[in-house]
Design a binder for this molecule. Sequence first.
Ligand SMILES: [Ca+2]
Ligand SMILES: [Ca+2]
Ligand SMILES: [Ca+2]
Ligand SMILES: [Ca+2]
Length: 253
Amino acid sequence: MKGYSLAALLCGSVILVAGNVQATPLALGTNITVFDNQSAVPLSSTTIMGYDGVGQGFEDQETEPGTLRGNAWDLEGVFLDGNSLSMVGEWDFVNGSSVHQIYSGDIFIDVNGGAEFDYVFDVDWDAKSYDIYEIDGDTTFIEPSYKTQSGHVSRDSGGAWLAAGTFSTFSGLSNADAGFFGLDNHFAVTGFDLTSIATDLGLSTLLEFSFHFTMGCGNDDLRGQSPVPEPATMLLFGTGLAGLARFRRRQLR
Ligand SMILES: [Ca+2]
Ligand SMILES: [Ca+2]
Ligand SMILES: [Ca+2]
Ligand SMILES: [Ca+2]
């Protein structure tokens, strides 16, 4: 009887945790978006100033303080499925903003929490391909033309070439299909493969990393953090045991 109760309590906890895992209808994996550490109180409800949005990392319907708030600049989220990274936005990743002559940057990855990123997907958005470089002392970067707080836009030169790959794109996604608010015109890019970075570090899967992406002006900064499975598992286990303890106390009365 007690064994049955423990199983029931743990199963209940598993369902609860699974329910918190966010995935878009596109099935891009787990939403690993975190707050970008740039926030501001909106000055008005017009499209003048950026501000914090809603959803995971407050990223949906958000651009950075003092920037154009329009949906066309909104980066929505970053997703992880195994070793594969994806991004969703109402920002057109591939074409950028031809009106403003602003285009997508590269994808930066940190693996050790240091001051500088460690790897970069140097993306050719037109060709839908990328080269991964390990960042070293000779690597130079292009910084945002306007919102410098949004960090590196792209790799300019240098670094050690590691691998090449390709990615896939989606466009014209409805709010429902994308899983975010907006004007029913979302874009997604998927298939940025972390495997070669993991291999470079002697791992099969890259378990701990952080992610950064912005566009040429830095209007929106998109940050991600790898999920941490161990504490979640311990919390889950602890929740189950606490529930069991309460159950036992009730039985003793
Ligand atoms: Ca922000
Ligand atoms: Ca949005
Ligand atoms: Ca955003
Ligand atoms: Ca942002």
